[in-house]
Design a protein around this ligand. Sequence first.
Ligand SMILES: Cc1cc2nc3c(=O)[nH]c(=O)nc-3n(C[C@H](O)[C@H](O)[C@H](O)COP(=O)(O)OP(=O)(O)OC[C@H]3O[C@@H](n4cnc5c(N)ncnc54)[C@H](O)[C@@H]3O)c2cc1C
Length: 308
Amino acid sequence: MAASTKELTANGAKVTTVANGADATAAPPVEPHVTAPPTASTLSSPPHAAVYPAGQCVFGEDWTAATLVAKERCKETTAILTFELPDTSKPLGLSTCACILAKFDRDGSAVVRPYTPISTNAMIGRFELLVKIYAQGAMSQYLDGLQIGSSVEFKHIPFNVKVQYPFAPKVGMLIGGTGIAPMIQALHAILGTADDTTAVSMLYASKVKEDILAQETLEAWAANSEGRFTCHHVLSEEPDGSPWTGARGLITRELIEAHLPAPTDDVVIFVCGPPGMYESLCGPRNEPQELKGILAEMGYTAAQVVKF
Ligand SMILES: Cc1cc2nc3c(=O)[nH]c(=O)nc-3n(C[C@H](O)[C@H](O)[C@H](O)COP(=O)(O)OP(=O)(O)OC[C@H]3O[C@@H](n4cnc5c(N)ncnc54)[C@H](O)[C@@H]3O)c2cc1C
């Protein structure tokens, strides 16, 4: 993991932890309640709840510059970028599963894209983005080429506040590619809270085995969850002769029936992936109140499905 993470941990970064998001709806957690050793919670750390209510993010609705202080390739086409906040004494203060908007100017017009930090509010003065680099991608190519010390403008708008912790007693996650980023946030909150009993099942779709993001993290968190978190992978383009013994193809009704909770009243399903995944599983992302596709056919209701 990035040196920045180790530095923060070694320095004993100040940690503000809220044991239960339901207790934190009105005010920022001014009285830290630390339930785990101080650590900057990222992909290399155990799950760590550091839940902030919506409305506390240090980025508001105006664009604010943050400086790139570290960049690390974690896969051939994926990087972790660490940005320093304008006030290095505070965490980002983002609510669970929310995203921020990044902007740069290209030929006089703004390119804006959403990203979900993988770091939690346990990280002071910085935040981390997990970014998939697309060969033709405007923002991802820009971020990939960014020099340490350069800055990017960010903002956070209320539209990008999604479902808040605590969630339903049973959570199903249908994920593709970098859709893992908001799920890392959710898992930090669920698995990092000592008395939480939420059961989480994830189906994670990638193209080939090498594309699976945060695989070691997910395996470690599942192994230490006492059965509360399970993760199954499905690969769409894994070569036929490879030693992969897991599921192949796309996420299907059969895989959902096998691995996710049935559509009972105590269930919520999170969907986060590329556009085709929404079309197939639940209908377009920009129709949050409408449920179509496989999940509708299986009997889940629109209220039970969160399109990230
Ligand atoms: C709520 C939300 C949170 C997000 N969080 C993250 C995150 O944490 N990390 C992250 O890396 N991305 C995240 N994304 C996606 C991100 O916002 C950009 O869409 C992505 O980085 C591509 O932007 P770009 O400008 O590089 O590519 P664009 O210029 O928009 O696209 C150019 C080409 O890149 C390819 N491409 C772009 N996106 C995809 C895709 N999803 N699947 C396959 N090919 C694609 C296509 O060939 C496309 O034609 C998130 C999206 C949303 C909606």
